[in-house]
Write a protein that binds this ligand. Structure first.
Ligand code: PLP
Length: 496
């Protein structure tokens, strides 16, 4: 270990070591795309904690040999999950983009921090430029506005609530919530839980995050319900502050009607946020961007390139239409970082817009992928994933043993369905059937993970018992992988 750089004469052993690491990584990459490789080699937590042959998680007092360090690298990947495998459908973030990976390696090599231009000149400019491009795509005039990359969609959503509060009640920053009226936020019952979490974390209180009903068929917010709830809140003396419209809900992939919600936000002078963490990527597609129509009327937008656009984790933007709010809301002017008398234009020291101090460089891999694919490459990726979900929907909608949670072409790549094993087919809908069906998806999922062949998520939702939620964002997936998934579910579930 001590032979490596910066040790004297450390160059040769360092190169040797890094080449061996690269060999481990490239082998992993190669095998990830090989369908005969398993998606995972599942072990229970106690097994990994007890230690596997040659691989122990315990930290040691004495240095380990470089050979052991290489084994540790190899085994860490071995017992992990191949999220880039063409049959990994478990999460909204999936895939292994080679350019993005190279970007991440470079980022780690540079090992710098985004808070000032002083130490991240190129990355800060890339971030500014990319955010402007994203704002142009949203449709804000000349790409004007503001934004920042944050550690994920949940944090981007939290930024939106903070900025809305600052816009209408800037005194909350200095005096706290006791200096402002009782503020309420609105979001759909199907929106991501991070809006409620923001309500809790920012001192609004979860009870002041009012959940909106969705229509049964399209699972979109009902604008009339929003208006009724705004009026009700006002009658109680509360101040309606903020509405979140989701573009691509987490489970169903539904798009709220942004234009109609924007009308109400204008009428009642409220902040409109669009959570496009999952669906924002569709803006890149001329075929699908109409699903977000009205987004240009939003005051802020969350958009996670690390989901639908296949950028390696993490990469999530919060975009704000009005300039200056992020800075005003969050700035503390720490003298040791943001000296006003530096020799360059200090508006490029963007770190004080963030709620963090140090900030990871999330931009480079995204910028590099955009360079490599062009806007058109992202468009093709998104169109292809949506075509695959249509293929899946058409294949299972009338297939024996499959029941759709909703009928109708998928809006996003989410396809939600139950697998009904032969033992439950023909049984009338009753409590016993519901109880038994509830257990099917978890059992199939457990078997999938034990055999390591594929992964797909499941959950209950509202009054619906556990169902599978299929999502596709992985550029490696093909129709044959969708066929495989269907057959695998049938194989594993036939005797349940
Ligand atoms: C609609 C939506 N918003 C926000 C989030 C949170 O994103 P992240 O996991 O990047 O924090 C998710 C995650 O699934 C999501 O689906």
């Amino acid at each position: 270990m001590f032979d490596l750089l910066p040790a004297k004469n450390g160059e040769e052993p360092t190169m040797q070591f890094l080449l061996e690491v690269v060999d481990i990584l490239t082998n992993y990459v190669r095998k990830t795309f090989d369908r005969s490789t398993k998606v995972l080699d599942f072990h229970h937590p106690h097994q990994l904690l007890e230690g596997m042959e040659g691989f122990n998680l315990e930290l040691s007092e004495q240095p380990e040999s470089l050979e052991q360090i290489l084994v540790d690298c190899r085994d860490t990947l071995k017992y992990g999950v191949r999220t880039g495998h063409p049959r990994f459908f478990n999460q909204l973030s999936s895939g292994l983009d080679i350019i993005g990976l190279a970007g991440e390696w470079l980022t780690s090599t540079a090992n710098t921090n985004m808070f000032t231009y002083e130490i991240a000149p190129v990355f800060v400019l890339m971030e500014q430029l990319t955010l402007k491009k994203m704002r142009e795509i949203i449709g804000w005039p000349n790409g004007e506005g503001d934004g920042i990359f944050s550690p994920g969609g949940a944090i981007s959503n939290m930024y939106s609530v903070m900025v809305a509060r600052y816009k209408y009640f800037p005194e909350a920053k200095t005096k706290g919530m006791s200096a402002v009226p009782r503020l309420v936020l609105f979001t759909s019952e199907h929106s991501h839980y991070s809006i409620k979490k923001s309500g809790a974390a920012l001192g609004f209180g979860v009870e002041n995050v009012i959940l909106l009903k969705s229509d049964e068929r399209c699972v979109k917010v009902i604008p009339a319900d929003l208006e009724a709830k705004i009026i009700e809140a006002k009658q109680k003396g509360y101040v309606p502050l903020f509405v979140n419209a989701t573009a691509g809900t987490t489970v169903y992939g539904a798009f709220d009607p942004i234009d109609e919600i924007a009308d109400l936000c204008e009428k009642y002078n409220m902040w409109l946020h669009v959570d496009g963490a999952w669906g924002g990527g569709l803006l890149m597609s001329r075929k699908h961007r109409h699903k977000l129509s009205g987004i240009e009327r939003a005051n802020s937008v969350t958009w996670n390139p690390h989901k639908m656009m296949g950028v390696p984790l993490q990469c999530s933007a919060i975009l704000v239409r009005e300039k200056g709010l992020l800075q005003g809301c969050n700035q503390m002017c720490a003298g040791y970082l943001f000296q006003p008398d530096k020799q360059y234009d200090v508006t490029y020291d963007t770190g004080d817009k963030a709620i963090q101090c140090g900030r990871h460089v999330d931009i480079f891999k995204f910028w590099l992928m955009w360079k490599a694919k062009g806007t058109i490459g992202f468009e093709q990726h998104i169109n292809k994933c949506l075509e695959l979900s249509e293929y899946l929907y058409n294949k299972i909608k009338d297939r024996e043993g499959f029941e759709m949670v909703f009928r109708g072409e998928p809006q996003h790549t989410n396809v939600c369905f139950w697998y009904v094993p032969p033992s439950l087919r023909g049984m009338p809908d009753c409590e016993e059937r519901r109880e038994r069906l509830h257990k099917v998806a978890p059992k199939i999922k457990a078997m999938m993970m034990e055999s390591g062949t594929t992964m797909v998520g499941y959950q209950p939702q509202g009054d619906k018992v556990n169902f599978f939620r299929m999502v596709i964002s992985n550029q490696a997936a093909t129709k044959s992988d969708i066929d495989f998934l269907i057959e695998e579910i049938e194989r594993l579930g036939q005797d349940l």
